[in-house]
Design a protein around this ligand. Structure first.
Ligand SMILES: [Cu+2]
Length: 323
């Protein structure tokens, strides 16, 4: 049944991707300009990309994907802001285990925090099973605004993974609890893809924040994100790197406060005004590197981490792309 679902969505998704790619995004490898749709079609097949589509609190994608380097093209065709994050739990833990033991404490805890009872809320998280702390994040996209496509490349070993999005609906409910959690099998078959080559190198660490050379030209870029370290921040999660376009009416203080899920007004719809999220590389562990590709038009941008008070951690860094 799941396979049928995937077949059902694959054709429109392919069309959307072709349109989006024509407008915006090409892969790290391809440097061609003004190519016809036929060439793009060949590139898509050749590059063995994994397409993910969200229309309504879902992840529409293949149930089984190859191991090795994979480029994920995540199309957000919903009215909400999302990301996808790849979780690797200890052997034997399945999506059913997560639904039974992890989502309930998070649901109850968030509800209490939203009711103005943070102490009671955080106490709920003490009820998480011990194996939750052994879960590793293997990357995924950064936040992506409605109508946009995020392109992220990571390396995965064969095994059982869960893909999730824990942005909150306007009523404070997690997207994870609304259906944005999916099991994915990474097979023994290797994708055969090689590691991308980045032209912009970003490093993130708890000590130095987000570090990169901010002299960035307009056009297509492949960013690498190197996790010099990874730690557990005040809200129990690690740091990541998200790219956003910042309009003149955007308020960076509002954005800074919004990046913390444990804030009742954080990581919730609506996203801050004048901010368009364009993907990035979601949480990884110390020593890992992920990649994201994006086409930058002249504007102001920010690289920002989804942690409490990123500005205070040197994890809110603006840069200007000029004409
Ligand atoms: Cu979501």
């Amino acid at each position: 049944m799941k396979t049928q679902n995937y077949l059902k969505v694959s054709k429109p998704l392919f069309t959307i991707l072709l349109i989006s790619i024509t407008l915006n995004v090409q892969s790290c490898k391809s440097d061609k300009k003004n190519v016809s749709n036929d060439h793009l079609k060949e590139d898509l097949i050749k590059e063995n990309t994994i397409n993910i589509l969200t229309e309504n609190m879902d992840f529409q994608m293949a149930d089984t994907i190859p191991s090795g380097w994979n480029t994920f093209k995540y199309k957000n065709a919903s009215p909400q802001t999302h990301f996808f994050l790849i979780d690797k739990y200890p052997e034997g833990i399945t999506l059913d285990s997560v639904k039974a033991r992890v989502l309930p404490p998070f649901d109850r805890g968030m509800k209490l925090i939203n009711e103005g009872k943070p102490k009671e809320g955080f106490a709920e998280f003490g009820k998480l099973p011990a194996w939750f702390m052994d879960m590793k994040n293997l990357g995924g996209s950064g936040l992506i605004s409605p109508g946009h496509l995020a392109q992220t490349t990571v390396k995965l070993d064969p095994g059982y993974y869960i893909i999730e999005c824990y942005v909150k609906m306007s009523n404070g409910m997690w997207h994870t609890s609304m259906g944005m959690a999916k099991e994915v099998i990474v097979s023994e078959t290797n994708s055969g893809n090689s590691e991308p080559k980045a032209d912009i190198k970003v490093e993130i660490s708890s000590t130095d924040g987000i570090v990169f050379n901010d002299s960035i030209s307009k056009g297509k870029h492949c960013f690498s994100v190197y996790y010099k370290d990874q730690i557990v921040h005040e809200n129990f999660i690690g740091h990541d790197v998200n790219l956003a376009k910042i309009d003149d009416n955007a308020n960076l203080d509002d954005l800074n406060n919004w990046m913390d899920w444990s804030n009742p007004k954080g990581l919730i719809e609506p996203a801050p005004k004048g901010v368009t999220f364009l993907g990035g590389v979601n949480n990884m562990t110390t020593g890992d590197t992920g990649y994201f590709t994006v086409n930058l038009e002249p504007s102001r941008y920010v690289l920002i981490s989804e942690v409490p008070n990123p500005a205070g951690k040197n994890m809110l860094k603006t840069f200007l792309v000029s004409n």
